[in-house]
Design a protein around this ligand. Structure first.
Ligand SMILES: [Zn+2]
Length: 310
């Protein structure tokens, strides 16, 4: 959930040329259970804190070393969502864990948003001519924050929907951009065959984050999660958090946003000043701690105050 991509240039410069697919790394994934992947538990410590977990028959999540990655396996190869923190060692570790799921190569990468803990290794995939697909807002955000061109995506889409097609014209995945939310260039990736949706940082097990300097809005997150809930899914993979979430858990999370926004609107209506805004909104019952520098950054407070005024 890094707000700024500081240090990316330096980290990326360290990334060497060693990008050959390594052997499987770390422990085997926790097994898939037909009765529900929420029972997935943490196995033994993994190299560099990374770990792969099976979510459904064909979908895995990889936690650690940045935001969660989603791995979708089909006859056509792997669709990977999000690339973790920058660095060849992390890249190699990620690919090594994907090898537990399949020997098939990564054929397409989708990145949910511009933050370096999700977009860090885009350049290691584009260097191999693997398509890396993002919303155009992600690229604009990278350019705004001076991310080097070597880590830009090689395919962007505009509008609300971009299907990823497999053999025989089958739709393997659909990238959706509903509205600016966590950032201005958010993508949600839906895997219809598996009824799994990879949501990025608009969904998290911890305190969420509205990166308003990069185009994010609280109401946008609420509305995008509302759109996610219209999809037919069993499991949602959050941007951060160790386990997939059920639809009921995503519904509960959406309700937290409804509550948070209505409390913020009530606070502004009651005449609270900007400097007291965050302290005046009750969030302990939501399990969120907004008493942090990120939430109280003056630029973000200005944007939230404006949102809550409407
Ligand atoms: Zn983020």
């Amino acid at each position: 959930m890094k707000a700024v991509v500081t240090g990316l240039t330096a980290a990326f410069a360290l990334a060497g040329s060693s990008i050959a697919a390594p052997a499987p790394a770390g422990p085997a994934p926790a097994p898939f259970s037909a009765t529900g992947p929420v029972a997935i538990t943490t196995p033994t410590a993994a190299i560099a804190g990374m770990q792969i977990k099976q979510v459904t028959k064909n979908v895995y999540m990889v936690v650690g070393q940045g935001g969660n990655s989603t791995v979708h396996v089909s006859l056509d190869g792997v669709i990977l969502v999000d690339t973790k923190n920058a660095g060849t060692a992390i890249y190699n570790d990620l690919i090594g864990r994907i090898r537990w799921a399949t020997v098939k190569p990564v054929r397409t990468v989708v990145v949910t948003h511009q933050h370096g803990d999700h977009s860090g290794n885009i350049g290691l995939f584009t260097a191999q001519n693997i398509p890396v697909i993002t919303h155009s807002g992600l690229l604009q955000g990278q350019q705004r924050t001076n991310v080097p061109a070597s880590n830009w995506p090689n395919k962007t889409y505009d509008g609300g929907r971009y299907p990823i097609i497999g053999t025989g014209g089958h739709i393997e995945a659909i990238a959706y951009h509903f509205t600016p939310g966590h950032t201005g260039g958010d993508t949600v990736v839906y895997f219809p065959d598996d009824k799994v949706v990879s949501v990025g940082d608009m969904l998290t097990s911890g305190t969420p984050n509205v990166d308003s300097p990069q185009g994010g809005t609280a109401k946008g997150i609420r509305d995008s999660i509302g759109e996610v809930l219209k999809l037919d899914f069993d499991w949602a993979i959050p941007g951060h958090g160790d386990n997939p979430m059920t639809k009921a858990e995503v519904q509960a999370y959406k309700q937290k946003w409804d509550t948070f926004i209505s409390r913020g609107q009530a606070a502004v209506k009651s005449g609270v000043t900007k400097d007291k805004l965050m302290a005046s909104i009750k969030t302990d019952d939501l399990g969120w701690n907004v008493n942090t520098p990120i939430w109280n950054n003056p630029q973000r407070i200005d944007a939230l105050y404006a949102e809550f005024s409407q």
